[in-house]
Design a binder for this molecule. Structure first.
Ligand code: GTB
Length: 222
């Protein structure tokens, strides 16, 4: 029997964020919802993630992965790009505009997300270190630098380069990781940008689907 063509993604069996949309399967779900592609979900425990069977799909023992017929992919950026390239709706047709939208995906993952991740790690994993209090403001300033630059480029338009694209999907997903930090609130245009992303019907469907894996509701405002 040939492998099923409905994509299957892996997600945390129990996400540390309790289904509040911060794990990286959320961006994949969002992309699939944007293009109207049905998908299935295979929850994976932390233990199973490190087993050879999962590492065959994801060498670093992480989620998300994406399987579709004979194709197995890892890295949320590669997965979203694959979805965007094989369906209409997330990348412009015009080649230069398409290349620019892909550049924004890379900017989100390569330029904006790293300082956010560093900050999150410092807050969550390094609070007991002697240098923590001195390091945190440095990390916050690195994020502010990127946010200021991003806000300057966005100006007063809705999306980064014309119509909503996979670049915006990725950038909004990355900015959402600042939720606990209070830093995004210093940039009203970026708050509005993220709010526009979250207001999309596809985002809401994706969020509801990942939340449904968990019991209870997130605190107000999440
Ligand atoms: N570069 C990879 C990609 O983009 O796909 C990174 C994948 C990754 O970091 N996956 C994380 C993972 O599997 C889950 S999303 N971690 C388990 C491990 O490494 O052992 C990162 C994440 C985790 C938890 C929260 N949270 O609780 O808020 C948010 C984001």
């Amino acid at each position: 029997m040939p492998p099923p063509l409905t994509p299957v993604i892996t997600v945390f069996e129990r996400s540390p964020d309790c289904g509040t949309g911060l794990a990286r399967d959320m961006r994949v779900r969002w992309a699939l919802e944007e293009v109207g592609q049905r998908y299935e979900v295979r929850p994976v425990s932390f233990g199973a993630m490190k087993e050879p069977a999962h590492r065959a799909l994801q060498p670093f023992g992480q989620i998300p992965t994406y399987e579709e017929g004979a194709l197995a992919l890892f890295e949320s950026g590669a997965i979203v790009l694959h979805i965007a390239e094989h369906h209409a709706g997330l990348l412009p047709e015009e080649p230069n505009a398409r290349a620019r939208a892909i550049a924004w995906m890379f900017a989100a993952l390569n330029t904006v997300e790293p300082p956010i991740l560093e900050h999150q790690n410092a807050v969550l994993l390094e609070a007991d270190k002697s240098w923590h209090d001195a390091r945190l403001p440095l990390l916050e300033d690195r994020i502010r630098e990127r946010l200021g630059e991003l806000a300057d480029r966005l100006g007063n338009v809705d999306w980064l380069d014309g119509a909503f694209s996979a670049g915006d999907l990725m950038m909004v997903s990355v900015l959402l990781r600042l939720r606990e930090s209070g830093l995004l609130e210093e940039y009203s245009s970026l708050c509005a940008y993220v709010a526009r992303g979250k207001a999309r019907a596809a985002y809401k469907r994706a969020f509801a689907a990942q939340l449904a894996l968990f019991l209870g509701k997130p605190p107000a405002g999440w």
